[in-house]
Design a protein around this ligand. Structure first.
Ligand SMILES: *Cc1c(COP(=O)(O)O)cnc(C)c1O
Length: 386
């Protein structure tokens, strides 16, 4: 008998959970099932699959794998990270209230404020670093605490264990967007969180060649409710994307170690440059929450940001880059630099950005897994133009 996935190490699970060789042919990689429907053996007898919105073997292989990595009861794959977040929100009813952390991914805020509010779901944004702020936001109709850690682009951390305890005492559900850290470095369910969300577009796929999302839940009841939502609302992930993510996940551990090592080298180097005002990376000992980072995560990840002081300097720097591409997104093998002012945070007013601490000189780095000497060399030559 093969060991159960949860009894094995992370990389073994990443490679084998849900990914057994095909029993029919022995193919070492589970096949890509491009089919919409399934032939029944009799009018009431299936081989486990009926119709691909409801279930598909390639999707199931990925979902089994992701559940094993996050330590959840079940995982569900959706058409994008946003589709996954939207599915979680449809666990709620009109009149329910959500407490959110005040520094969420911009697309989440757009979904909450511009779409879900129209359906009577209420949102309050708070700094959850103090339980007093959470207490002040609590209402009789509060149902969910929605978090993301570390935050984009300033790399603030939220104490997940504290938040999970606070919410549990008040019988609220908790959800965490774990896209930045991945289960390799942070497993919210082990800290008491109920629902973990991923944009698999980022590290889980890891090769910048597909959009996808996933939800991992703790508990059979939540799993059943989300399976129903997935089937009924239909924002499922297509088999080809499921297959690509399963392939990506097999190298997640080695990729994350290299992303993290490169980010650490870059952060340390940037911190020594006098043209750089500040570097935000949880792995630096002077990060304000470095201790929490060490406790809550088993590594520091590939994301960081730094401030060159002014927009003119940030623009001159960005224009000179050769190895780094300028771009949105993150978590691919290639290094990217983003300029929040005109990219991810363009829809936010200058005052709001300033209030959040996002200055006009701030640049965000997604450290890829290239040779770090080439990355540093590129940053160095670009910095000369500043
Ligand atoms: C990209 C991203 C999302 C949205 O995911 P899509 O796959 O683009 O829909 C949500 N949360 C975080 C933290 C992200 O980085």
């Amino acid at each position: 008998m093969k060991p159960q996935p949860t009894e094995t190490g992370f990389s073994t699970r990443a490679i084998h959970a849900g990914q057994a060789p095909d029993p029919l042919t022995g193919a070492i990689i589970p096949p890509l099932y491009l089919t919409s429907t399934y032939a029944l053996e009799d009018v009431d007898k299936t081989k486990g699959f009926l119709y691909s919105r409801v279930g598909n073997p390639t999707r199931k292989a990925l979902e089994t794998n992701l559940a094993a990595l996050e330590g959840g009861t079940a995982a569900l794959a959706f058409a994008s990270g946003m589709a996954a977040i939207n599915a979680v929100m449809t666990l709620l009813n009109a009149g329910d209230h959500v407490i959110c952390q005040d520094n969420l991914y911009g697309g989440s805020v757009r979904l909450f404020n511009q779409i879900l509010r129209r359906f009577g779901i209420e949102f309050t944004y708070v700094d959850p670093s103090s339980p007093a702020n959470l207490d002040a936001a609590l209402r009789p109709n509060t149902k969910l605490l929605y978090l993301e850690t570390p935050t984009n682009p300033l790399m603030h951390l939220i104490d997940l264990k504290l938040c999970a305890q606070w919410a549990r005492r008040r019988k609220l559900l908790t959800a965490v967007d774990n896209t930045f850290m991945t289960p390799y470095y942070q497993r919210p369910i082990e800290l008491g969180i109920d629902i973990v969300i991923h944009s698999t577009t980022k590290y889980l796929n890891g090769h910048s060649d597909g959009i996808g999302g996933a939800v991992v839940v703790n508990g059979a009841e939540l799993a059943a409710r989300l399976h129903f939502i997935q089937k009924a609302a239909g924002a499922i992930l297509a088999p080809m994307e499921c297959w690509l993510i399963s392939r990506g996940v097999k190298t997640l551990a080695v990729r994350m170690r290299q992303h993290s090592a490169n980010a650490m080298t870059i952060a340390r180097w940037l911190a020594k440059q006098n043209k750089v005002r500040v570097v935000h990376y949880p792995g630096l000992p002077d990060h304000p929450q470095h201790k929490l980072a060490r406790r809550q995560m088993s590594g520091f990840g590939g994301m960081l940001s730094f401030d060159l002081g002014t927009e003119a300097r940030a623009r001159r720097f960005a224009k000179r880059l050769k190895v780094f591409a300028l771009g949105e997104s993150l978590g691919g093998v290639e290094s990217l630099i983003a300029y929040p002012k005109t990219m991810s945070h363009a829809g936010i007013s200058a005052e709001e950005r300033a209030g959040m601490g996002i200055g006009d000189g701030l640049l965000r780095v997604s450290a890829g897994i290239e040779d770090v000497a080439d990355l540093i060399g590129d940053l160095q030559q670009a910095l000369r133009a500043v």
